[in-house]
Ligand binder design. Structure first.
Ligand SMILES: CCCCC/C=C\C/C=C\C/C=C/C(=O)SCCNC(=O)CCNC(=O)[C@H](O)C(C)(C)COP(=O)(O)OP(=O)(O)OC[C@H]1O[C@@H](n2cnc3c(N)ncnc32)[C@H](O)[C@@H]1OP(=O)(O)O
Length: 302
């Protein structure tokens, strides 16, 4: 318990308060409770939280169409949902999945990193850091049910989970592809990958910006299971049951022991990391790369 308190992420309350203010300012309701068990089922515009069959597990569905990009509004809503679940002692595990067909998450929202001002970049990056810290250090068992494409920030999100299940579909590619956009994965993205697949495999994957198809993702250890698309959710719940058979306190302390040093690296230099990001992303050459990439995404359609 003492460890859990020590590991609380600084500024979380401030970030969430900011999110609620922003929601209120936009004149929309933040939360809508629904169903017979309204206290446990809640939704924001972009995140749907449903209790799993047994009640100890919640299913968080990302619904920021078309591609679940991690916009600032999405991040703030997600963080509020996660905090609610962390604070509700009834929940011990969360399955994170997508409500958008064929895409788990397209990663960071490129529109938040292109053509904005330094203040916006700083606010956005703080929210991205917060997402990673809150997920990576979560006391809950997290299972990522990856039912579609999972590049860059989407992959980072999945990597924070305790287990990853990937759908066996040609669209379900996963990896940190930042170099393909002409940008660089931050050190804590890299650390999370190294902790999962090891140094050599990470070096190759990061430099080449590899997006692994299911069989290769399984082989390199980026995901733990590959199953047909219609079995992703049931597999996630079955794996969850296995993890929930372990006493929480022992599992949580072990998870902290494995992850705390990695998280601390960022916690100790959060402000410097924000400044790094702002100056990197503001460079003309980086803005140009992002512009070209965004144009390519648009042209893909036409
Ligand atoms: C040395 C110091 C280092 C300091 C660190 C500094 C910098 C590093 C910073 C950040 C790291 C970055 C992390 C990221 O996550 S960047 C995002 C990377 N994401 C991608 O590359 C995915 C791009 N998207 C796709 O490949 C495809 O969209 C898809 C996910 C495979 C889905 O394909 P589908 O065919 O279904 O959809 P469309 O491609 O038609 O897209 C629909 C619609 O969505 C827009 N869109 C797609 N992805 C994004 C995105 N990430 N952000 C914003 N918008 C996105 C796309 O343009 C289409 O828009 P339209 O208006 O045309 O409908």
């Amino acid at each position: 318990m003492a460890l859990a308190v020590r590991m609380r992420v600084p500024c979380r309350a401030l970030l969430c308060a900011g999110a609620q203010l922003r929601g209120a300012a936009l004149g929309r309701p933040e939360w809508a409770a629904g169903g017979g068990d309204g206290a446990r089922r809640f939704a924001s515009l972009r995140v749907l939280v449903e209790p799993g069959a047994e009640g100890r597990v919640a299913v968080m569905k990302l619904k920021n169409p078309p591609v679940n990009s991690l916009s600032l509004d999405f991040l703030t809503e997600f963080l509020i949902s996660l905090e609610k679940l962390e604070n509700d002692k009834a929940f011990r595990g969360v399955v994170i999945t997508s409500d958008c067909p064929n895409v788990f998450s397209a990663g960071l929202d490129l529109r938040e990193m292109y053509g904005r001002n330094p203040g916006h970049y700083a606010e956005y990056w703080k929210a991205v850091q917060e997402l990673w810290l809150r997920l990576y250090l979560s006391n809950l068992v997290l299972v990522a049910a990856i039912n579609g494409s999972c590049p860059a920030g989407g992959c980072l999100m999945a990597l924070t989970s305790d287990v990853r299940i990937l759908s066996d579909s040609p669209k379900s590619v996963i990896g940190l592809n930042e170099t393909l956009l002409g940008i660089v994965a931050p050190f804590w993205f890299k650390d999370t990958l190294v902790n999962t697949i090891g140094h050599r495999a990470s070096e190759r994957a990061l430099q080449l910006g590899l997006l692994f198809p299911p069989a290769e993702a399984l082989q390199v250890g980026l995901v733990d299971h590959v199953v047909p698309e219609d079995q992703v959710q049931s597999m996630a719940l079955s794996v969850m049951a296995h993890w929930l058979a372990i006493p929480d306190h022992a599992r949580q302390l072990t998870k902290a022991m494995m992850r705390k040093a990695t998280a601390d690296r960022l916690i100790k230099q959060r402000e410097a990391d924000i400044q790094n990001f702002v100056s990197f992303i503001s460079r003309d050459s980086i803005q140009k790369s992002l512009q070209i990439y965004l144009e390519k995404l648009k042209q893909k359609k036409g």
